[in-house]
Design a protein around this ligand. Structure first.
Ligand code: CIR
Length: 259
């Protein structure tokens, strides 16, 4: 039986830096309130800890405003880690700063050396690791990444998500090992054979980046129809305030590396 893609014992996170006011964002809804951002991040870490994970909390990196989104510069698996090459120029250097934290937890660390790939474009399921092409992940990076994944024993599938999404997981997430929650546009692209796809209620698309950790589904607060739909399907749903995080085009998965 393939390994679960929703059960974890460890995570790495990085605290937000004061420079997060200079974060990349596609639509400027105003600078984040840094105290609020820190509170949202702390509540997230607290939730991961309460779910039983050992969480390594890295210090803020002022030189990299987006560095709290540790999901993008690396991938982690029980078999080893992959240091990526994030596709935004201001984020490329984040990967190097993650290396010591990865080295303290993983014996095997592989490196992407060609092209660009962001971890937000990588959706792992029990059978296959989907790599989405985007403005951050190019074909060269995705193809090289598929080779590294194969070296760790994972089969990769390179997919082309509908235009207009920042990352693959901006528009879809695993609710459990066999079920994907997706925006209508992502569902209609039929990229994930073998998964049941449930569609986010209209108008609640920003809730697509949820995070299943062990027996709990974490969702962004403020999307009641999505939370209710998941609860009706029997999930233990916990809503987290993410107003400041979402100003930065980010969500729940972006803030941790999990294995
Ligand atoms: C960025 O544009 O890179 C950040 N402001 C947001 C990163 C979100 N990360 C993710 O979806 N994995």
């Amino acid at each position: 039986m393939p390994a679960s893609a929703t059960r974890f014992t460890h995570a790495i996170v990085r605290r937000p830096a004061a420079s997060a006011i200079h974060n990349l964002r596609s639509v400027d809804r105003g600078a984040p309130d840094i105290d609020g951002l820190c509170r949202e991040h702390a509540a997230y870490v607290d939730m991961l800890t309460r779910l039983g994970l050992t969480v390594d909390v890295l210090p803020p990196l002022d030189a990299f405003p987006d560095s709290l989104f540790v999901e993008d510069p690396a991938l982690v698996f029980p078999e080893g880690a992959i240091v990526l090459r994030p596709g935004a120029a201001s984020r490329l250097g984040e990967a190097e700063h993650l290396r010591p934290a990865l080295a303290s937890r993983f014996d095997r660390i592989l490196e992407l050396t060609d092209g660009f790939a962001d971890g937000g474009d990588v959706l792992r399921t029990p059978d296959v690791v989907h790599v989405g092409l985007s403005a951050r992940t190019d074909e060269t990076g995705a193809t090289a990444l598929a080779g590294l994944l194969a070296a760790l024993g994972y089969r990769a599938s390179i997919v082309r998500p509908p235009a207009g999404v920042l990352h693959l997981k901006t528009a879809c997430s695993l609710v459990d090992d066999g079920t994907l929650l997706a925006t209508r546009a992502m569902a209609d692209a039929h990229l994930f054979p073998g998964l049941d796809v449930i569609v986010i209620p209209d108008g609640e698309e920003p809730a697509a980046n949820l995070l299943r950790v062990n027996d709990v589904v974490m969702v962004a607060a403020g999307f009641p129809r999505t939370a209710e739909m998941l609860a009706r399907r029997g999930h233990d749903v916990r809503a987290l305030a993410l107003d400041e995080v979402m100003k930065l085009d980010a969500g729940l998965s972006c803030m941790s590396l999990r294995w």
